[in-house]
Design a protein around this ligand. Structure first.
Ligand code: 6CS
Ligand code: FE
Length: 275
């Protein structure tokens, strides 16, 4: 099997070509700027009822998780829950017309849900995530072949400039940062909550900052943020007392279903990548 994105295999980092770029439907005005920047914020996308269903689900699963969860390394508290897109109430939103038609307009083909998760990022105690491209992880650890995939991020609490919001590097989705061989021995599960592998260097970030910029994605309940699977993004620890809880549904093209992980290691738990 030829690996067109041989990340974590070479000694040194390389910035390589992106082989496939979806061309979103130009008649969908809500997606203006998506192809160029790699992300878009759509205000007022969800109704209050839809937000209430998702927030209720997320709150309940923080207190007593019914789903697979990944713990906060320092405290052992719930950091993320995963693999709940088939749950009642949630599936109607995740597979509903509103999001599925966005998926169709971005990917220009039928999609399925590769991953669902909530990142809680509670006040005062939650760590951040280092710079990464989600595709880099999904390719290496899950065996996702191509970049025919994007995330819908759904804020369930206010994402302000200061409570550890998502930050994206505009235009960075147009090339691929092939990360160097890992020196850590952390498991895929450990790496999920406290990322040690697949992190681009400062030189790579500077490369993209020559033409792009770091945008702080502030957003509110009701909004949706759509971002390309390969855009570089990061988030800081939440140093405020206010939570920053977001739900995610990741849409992958049906033609791009997972193969064996390119890492050569066993696949991650099914909740992290539908197969
Ligand atoms: O490992 C993963 O699948 C996830 N990790 C990060 C840091 N971002 C997105 C993705 O869900
Ligand atoms: Fe990510």
């Amino acid at each position: 099997m030829i690996d067109y994105y041989p990340t974590r295999k070479l000694e040194n980092e390389e910035i390589t070509e992106r082989w496939f770029m979806p061309s979103p439907n130009p008649s969908n005005e809500a997606l203006a700027g998506y192809a160029e920047n790699g992300f878009v914020i759509i205000k007022g996308f969800f109704s209050d009822e839809e937000v209430a269903v998702m927030k209720g689900f997320a709150d309940h699963n923080y207190e007593s998780p019914d789903c697979y969860f990944s713990p906060e390394p320092a405290t052992g508290k719930v950091r993320s829950i995963l693999g709940f897109h088939d749950c009642d109430g949630i599936k109607q939103i995740a597979f509903g017309d509103k999001l599925m038609s966005m998926a169709k307009d971005i990917l220009r083909e039928e999609a399925y849900i590769h991953q669902s998760r909530v990142n809680y990022k509670r006040g005062m105690e939650s760590n951040g995530w280092k710079w990464h491209s989600d595709f880099e992880t999904w390719h290496y650890q899950d065996g996702m072949p191509e970049m025919k995939c994007f995330s819908a991020m759904i804020p369930l609490e206010e994402n302000t400039a200061v409570n550890g919001p998502l930050m994206v590097l505009t235009g960075s989705h147009k090339e691929f940062v092939c990360c160097p061989k890992p020196t850590s021995n952390s498991s895929a599960e450990e790496n999920f909550s406290d990322q040690k592998e697949g992190i681009p260097s400062g030189d790579a970030i500077a490369h993209f900052m020559r033409t792009g910029s770091i945008e702080v994605v502030t957003c509110s309940p009701g909004d949706v943020v759509l971002f390309d699977c390969n855009i570089l993004h990061v988030s800081n620890p939440n140093v405020t007392p206010f939570g920053r809880m977001n739900m995610f549904f990741v849409y992958n093209a049906k033609s791009n279903m997972l193969k064996e992980p390119y890492s050569g290691l066993a696949p991650r738990p099914i909740e992290m990548g539908t197969r």
